[in-house]
Design a protein around this ligand. Structure first.
Ligand code: ZN
Length: 168
């Protein structure tokens, strides 16, 4: 499990009402900022599997070629495993050969957000769910047209729903 080399102070965020539940704080390892869906680390641990928690809340990376979604070619939407919000579409999925589900763009401009992380020697662009802050993967500049971007996403952070390829 990969841990951040520094500890972020957990930010108390305004209580948000989502689906009838009230959430007050978010985990210290989540992406910066406040999000419409927010839980404490304890709450996330109950909601997620250990693997999902490690990736979404602690920015771990799953083993390459370990996700059944890597070679999924069905039409449909990929939602964030933390909050069920669609983040990627089969319409922008491609086989990057890297061992992780790869997309050249998110399902919408507002579905995901990113920041630069310095966990490795070189800076990388981290990408997370804009709704719950859950870490999804990284974005690289060696993707195919039309964007030239490669969103390299952990399959364990996604839930696939066959059917519509555009978020409603
Ligand atoms: Zn999410």
């Amino acid at each position: 499990m990969i841990r951040r080399s520094f500890i972020k102070t957990g930010l108390a965020v305004a209580a948000a009402t989502v689906g009838g539940s009230v959430f007050a704080r978010r985990g210290a390892d989540a992406a910066e900022g406040s999000f419409p869906v927010s839980h404490t680390a304890t709450e996330w641990k109950k909601l997620l599997t250990p693997d999902q928690y490690a990736v979404l809340r602690e920015e771990a990376t799953e083993r390459p070629f370990s996700s059944p979604l890597n070679h999924n070619k069905k039409a449909g939407l990929y939602s964030c495993a933390g909050c069920d919000t669609p983040v990627y579409s089969s319409a922008a999925k491609f086989d990057s050969g890297t061992g992780w589900p790869s997309f050249w763009e998110p399902v919408s401009a507002t579905a995901v957000a990113s920041h630069t992380d310095y966990k490795l020697i070189y800076p990388r662009t981290e990408v997370h769910c804009a709704t719950c802050g859950g870490h999804l993967g990284h974005v690289f500049d060696d993707g195919p047209q039309p964007t030239g971007k490669r969103h390299c996403i952990n399959g364990v952070a996604l839930k696939f729903k066959p059917g519509a390829t555009e978020a409603s």
